[in-house]
Design a protein around this ligand. Structure first.
Ligand SMILES: [Zn+2]
Length: 91
């Protein structure tokens, strides 16, 4: 709970970007460089495999849903959900 506030930009970490589409949760993996990843999580720009442990949620509703996944699904247990904006390559 300590460093979270000053880290709003999430620059430098690999994250999922989560949003709702027709009520369905969609997770898009992104490299810390802003590159969107495919299911291998390999970034062509960085030439490395990304490790994603954070989930950026578009809004409160998405955050609630992701939070629930984290609490109830062992697959999501190691993830951390937070509100945030999708990364873009603008600086
Ligand atoms: Zn990258």
């Amino acid at each position: 709970m300590s460093d979270e506030n000053k880290n709003k930009s999430t620059a430098g970490i690999d994250t999922y970007y989560a949003y709702l589409e027709d009520g369905e949760l969609v997770l898009e993996p992104y490299c810390s460089c802003g590159n969107q990843l495919d299911e291998t999580y390999f970034c062509d720009a960085c030439k490395r495999h990304c490790r994603l442990t954070d989930i950026l949620c578009e809004d409160e509703g998405t955050l609630k849903m992701v939070d629930q996944y984290i609490r109830t699904s062992s697959k999501f247990r190691r993830f951390k959900a937070m509100l945030g904006k999708r990364q873009t390559s603008e600086s």
